[in-house]
Write a protein that binds this ligand. Structure first.
Ligand code: SF4
Length: 396
């Protein structure tokens, strides 16, 4: 039995935007995209290129060859061809704001600089309703909500956050709660994953972000986040969301102790899920920030970032977008990533806390003009979108 509120939310989700902007047809005929000449210095990429030009699916060995190559010019041309076959020269961004209502968390993931322990941690904060709702303003189309797993905030509070934001802004797209949080809500609320998602949609949720996946490796999990949900639970949440018609994103946390093999296997597991349910809108490789956790001596290099972006674009033949998350990559690498298969820059963000508490050195918020300039500088066309990738405007 679907409640009236939930039905109304689904109707809203499926409706054109309130301003009813012109929609852009991004369905391209791949045969219309010219295949470039590529001069290879790395012979290992030549067999990958043969598959790419033939439209064949790449496998694990191909992914590893990509992550090991030094031939970045050839790799960029390969990944860019795949991106252009999907989206032409368009690169997407959004006017959004991140809301991290609390950093108090019952877990203690070894890579996380954001979380504060529930007791006596001077870094701990909890936003009140005024502060939460101040994040909702007329100049954004998307809000992205994630935070810590607070031991004293009950189930209803998390639902209420979504409900009050929806009440303040009926047209905002609300992308909220990682699979880790949804699983936590199910436990504290004594509910099934499906029941939690249903309550959230009824309150006004439109989509889930993709965080919390980290790396699907039992070895890494035991070492860095032994108490966090694992691969099975993460997929259970996204599987349920997709089957309920809720779009989600998916992520990889890379650049710490994971191996190239674990990185590629992670992508292949997500690709299998996408074959089954098709609900991932974007894949977001999240670069580990060394911050104060210092799991490795130095942050991943820009070359490693670009290889990871390209590997993702080339292996994911079924996920629409690979995102260059400028907050973690830094603006310069994110801009170059647009020539390595990335077709989304995230958004203006506002007051981001998670990466910046890990000392990320990108600006804490970017205006639309900055993002459009970055996209144009990469020779691409900026397209403003909402959280569901509905196109709002081409900034040509
Ligand atoms: S990564 Fe998430 S779950 Fe882990 S400690 Fe940080 S806030 Fe908590």
């Amino acid at each position: 039995m679907i409640s009236d509120t939930r039905r109304a939310n689904f109707v809203r989700l499926m409706a054109p935007l309130a301003t009813d902007p012109p929609r852009v047809d991004v369905t391209l005929d791949p045969s219309m995209v010219e295949t470039p000449e590529v001069a290879f210095r790395d012979p290992a990429l030549e067999s990958v290129w043969e598959k790419v030009t033939a439209g064949e699916r790449l496998d694990r060995e191909d992914g590893l060859a990509i992550l090991r190559t030094l031939d970045l010019p050839a790799l960029g041309r390969m990944a860019d061809l795949v991106a252009r076959r999907r989206h032409g020269d368009r690169v997407y961004f959004t006017l959004n704001r991140q809301l991290n209502p609390t950093n108090v968390c019952v877990l203690d993931c070894a890579f996380c600089d954001f979380a504060a322990r529930p007791r006596n941690d001077p870094r701990a904060y909890e936003m009140g309703w005024d502060e939460i709702l101040a994040h909702v303003t007329d100049d954004i189309t998307e809000i992205h909500i994630v935070g810590g797993l607070h031991p004293k905030w009950g189930y209803d509070k998390y639902v209420e956050i979504v409900r009050r934001i929806r009440e303040k802004s009926p047209s905002l797209t609300i992308k909220a709660w990682t699979a880790v949080e949804i699983d936590f809500f199910a436990k504290i609320g004594g509910k099934s994953i499906e029941a939690v998602l249903e309550d959230m949609v009824e309150a006004g949720l439109d989509a889930l972000p993709g965080g919390g996946a980290e790396v699907f490796s039992q070895r890494v999990k035991e070492e860095l986040y032994p108490h966090k949900i694992g691969e099975r639970e993460w997929f259970a949440v996204h599987d349920a969301a997709h089957r309920m018609g809720i779009p989600t994103n998916c992520t990889l946390l890379y650049g710490h102790i994971e191996t190239h093999e674990e990185r590629v296997d992670h992508v292949l597991k997500l690709r299998e899920q996408q074959d089954r349910t098709g609900g991932f809108q974007a894949f977001i490789p999240l670069e580990y920030q060394t911050g104060t956790t210092n799991l490795v001596e130095r942050q991943a290099s820009a070359m490693e970032d670009l290889r990871t972006i390209a590997m993702s674009r080339l292996l994911f033949d079924n996920v629409p977008h690979v995102k260059a998350y400028w907050v973690m990559l830094g603006e310069q690498t994110a801009e170059i990533a647009l020539a390595f298969g990335a077709t989304d820059l995230d958004g203006t963000i506002g007051d981001e806390k998670i990466a910046h508490m890990a000392l990320a050195d990108s600006a804490a918020g970017h205006a639309r003009e900055t993002l459009t300039r970055m996209i144009r500088a990469a020779g691409k066309v900026p397209v403003e979108r909402d959280a569901l990738y509905r196109e709002i405007r081409i900034w040509d």
